[in-house]
Design a protein around this ligand. Structure first.
Ligand code: AQP
Length: 332
């Protein structure tokens, strides 16, 4: 069975984008893969996180993952900082990866923005930590969206260089697991920007903690143009907000944008938004309810994460200890 690893940052409340683009696709993988999923708090602090918020968001993210269908008995669900192998291997990879490789990472350029001198060094070496997340488990498949493919290529470059430098065939090649319906959910305020949990505007996103009223209001207020919906997808060209709302309804109802437009083409946005809000509420309400129940018993969530960390550590520690021995570290 292939070993799969993926992570999500507790940098805010999980959004509809995280759900449609990642979490929902992880759930069926539990049936036929050896799955590890982690809440990547070490990655989250590459940009400033308020300590109290980070703690709350880490637990909340874990509860969201369970509420969406990840079963801590069928997958290994844990918090990244609880398993020290990640940072042990990341340091070795910091010394394997070349500066030239990191300089090419487009996500650093996007996230650091114009004030690059002020970005944390953690943000710069983020891809090395991601490579360590994967290789600490000898994972061979990583579910990724388009934006993470470059990091995955880097993880393979690092593994190859490590194997070459130390004359071993130790870290395996990692394959991207291309996710089903390519759901890239955009901001409700700007159809050209990705929906993000750290966007300063709460109106730009649907949070998995939003109740029915909040969802309906955000969809009603979502930015659109003045034209009615087209009947064919070609008609969405140059209309990013319309494309986004059609894409969301298609993804949440497991259908194609073409089918959505066959049914709703010609409608104005007022009527279409009502249909969309109703579909979202029907889908997200049970998740919201499960999350609330889980968070009413935070000790149980923390206990599940502790068990997950023990299981993760049992896999990663021997692999990372072997890597340290290959590097020439004196055994403890
Ligand atoms: N808008 C999105 N549409 C589709 N997929 C998305 N993902 C994130 N946003 C969208 C996918 O969610 C997974 C986990 O993401 P992450 O938390 O590790 O980092 P991110 O991609 O940076 O997510 P956010 O929500 O935008 O977080 P912040 O605001 O902190 O940067 C990934 O698989 C990602 O593709």
């Amino acid at each position: 069975m292939q070993r799969v690893l993926s992570g999500i940052q507790p940098s805010g409340i999980p959004t509809l984008g995280n759900y449609l683009g990642a979490i929902r696709n992880w759930v069926p993988m539990q049936n036929d893969h050896d799955c590890l999923f982690c809440v990547v708090d070490l990655h989250a602090i590459t940009v400033w996180q308020d300590p109290k918020e980070l703690l709350r968001q880490t637990r909340e993210m874990a509860a969201a993952l369970i509420a969406c269908g990840l079963d801590p008995e069928r997958c290994v669900l844990f918090v990244q900082s609880h398993v020290h192998s990640h940072v042990r291997l990341a340091w070795i990879f910091n010394c394997v990866a070349r500066l030239g490789w990191l300089n090419r990472m487009t996500q650093f350029k996007d996230k650091a923005g114009k004030d690059r001198e002020n970005a944390s060094s953690g943000l710069y070496v983020y891809p090395n930590l991601m490579a360590a997340d994967i290789h600490a488990y000898h994972a061979t498949r990583v579910p990724v969206g388009e934006d993470q493919k470059q990091h995955l290529e880097l993880a393979n470059d690092i593994a190859e260089k490590f194997n070459h430098d130390y004359g071993v065939d130790f870290f395996p090649h990692v394959e991207p697991h291309i996710l089903g319906v390519a759901a890239r959910v955009m901001s409700l305020r700007d159809g050209t920007k990705k929906m993000s949990k750290s966007d300063p505007s709460d109106q730009s996103r649907i949070n998995l903690t939003d109740d029915a009223e909040a969802i309906a209001l955000k969809i009603r207020r979502a930015r659109t143009d003045a034209e009615p919906l087209p009947s064919e997808v070609q008609g969405l060209e140059g209309r990013p907000e319309a494309r986004n709302l059609v894409g969301i309804l298609a993804a949440i109802t497991d259908t194609a944008p073409e089918a959505v437009l066959r049914e709703h083409g010609g409608k104005g946005f007022g009527a279409f938004k009502e249909v969309l809000a109703e579909a979202l509420i029907a889908h997200l309400d049970p998740i919201n309810e499960r999350m609330r129940r889980l968070l009413a018993e935070p000790d149980a969530v923390d206990a599940a994460l502790r068990r997950g960390a023990e299981r993760a550590n049992a896999i990663a520690d021997p692999i990372v200890s072997r890597a340290e021995a290959l590097v020439g570290f004196l055994p403890r």
